[in-house]
Ligand binder design. Structure first.
Ligand code: AMP
Length: 312
């Protein structure tokens, strides 16, 4: 049931209405693999950093059971750097800086030991790199989940469409779903995007939860109303890590089980936003996760019986 995670491992500098960080560790694959590690102990990472990246964080990943043999460390080069500033409502942000550095010519080498993975999570990266990873696997994984962003729709739409044909699940936010499909209605958008390849589509709506579409079916998971939202960076990646980690743990990739996976993903994301960067998800206790899952259940549980629905 091994899981292969590919994506950025990076430095971020973040500004929210609650504070500002200097360079801290971030990157989509950092969040994904940490989140997945709470569900499966066989996560393998393919990524690239420069020699400026802290070994301490790599050791943290290893302590979480993440195998980093596939993490390339480029001597004399700098790690990917991203900086963003959130608006007052924290639902939107501006990218201030993107320095690709080592990510500019990233060749995703898949170690032999990572072949035969059953689950593949492609974090946000150039669509061509995502496609290359799929092509380099000698056997198609049971489930391929992919994340992307509006930037690739603007600069690499054709490549993105080619890659989409190869994946099972796509995770994007509501704005991106509208941009990719040209439809305002998310139901119409979901139908168009499913026709592009992914049989399952997850549309993330930040503090308004997430929708899972498959053929004519749709499932909604709320986001937990939180007292403190400190930094939304990585919430989408943490969600994806919890989602695929749970599927890998249970080995059940049915639509019904994906509903549970979405709740676990949402629970993981709810922790992520409570502190800057990966701080909150680096050392979670199982009891904290259990309590949060219970909070989700309580949030949506009500007692309208079948007879009341009939007006009795
Ligand atoms: P999210 O908040 O889920 O969109 O993810 C934020 C993470 O994505 C940050 O930690 C960044 O380092 C990373 N990131 C931002 N832009 C890119 C990009 N163009 N390619 C790869 N990773 C990126």
């Amino acid at each position: 049931m091994s899981l292969l995670v590919v994506g950025s491992v990076a430095f971020d500098a973040i500004e929210t209405p609650f504070g500002k960080t200097d360079k801290i560790v971030g990157g989509a694959a950092s969040y994904i693999s940490l989140a997945a590690s709470y569900f499966t102990q066989s996560t393998n990472l393919v990524a690239v950093v420069g020699d400026d990246f802290p070994n301490e964080f790599i050791q943290h990943l290893n302590k979480h059971g993440v195998d980093t043999t596939g993490l390339q460390i480029k001597e004399g080069e700098k790690s990917f750097f991203w900086s963003g500033k959130y608006h007052t409502d924290m639902n939107s942000r501006d990218t201030l800086v993107t320095e690709l550095n080592v990510l500019g010519d990233f060749d995703p080498i898949v170690p032999d030991a990572y072949q035969n993975c059953e689950y593949l999570m492609l974090g946000n990266l150039t669509p061509m790199v995502q496609k290359t990873v799929i092509e380099r696997l000698s056997k198609r994984p049971r489930l391929i989940v992919m994340d992307t962003m509006n930037f690739w729709m603007e600069v690499a739409l054709d490549d993105l469409k080619e890659t989409l044909k190869l994946v099972d699940v796509l995770t994007i936010n509501d704005e991106e779903a509208r941009q990719l499909s040209g439809e305002y209605s998310l139901v119409k958008a979901a139908a168009k995007i499913q026709a592009m390849g992914p049989k399952y589509l997850i549309i993330k709506k930040g503090e308004n939860g997430a929708l899972l579409f498959h053929e004519k079916e749709v499932f909604f998971a709320p986001a937990l109303p939180l007292e403190e939202v400190f930094d939304p960076t990585g919430a989408g990646d943490t969600f994806a890590g919890g989602f695929i980690g749970y599927l890998a743990k249970t080995g059940d990739i049915s639509f019904e089980n994906m509903k549970n996976a979405i709740i676990y993903g949402s629970a993981m994301a709810s922790f992520c936003v409570e502190r800057f960067g990966t701080e909150r998800i680096i050392d979670l206790k199982q009891t904290e996760l259990d309590h949060r899952i219970q909070a989700f259940k309580n949030l949506v549980r009500f007692n309208i019986g079948a007879n009341m629905a009939n007006g009795n």
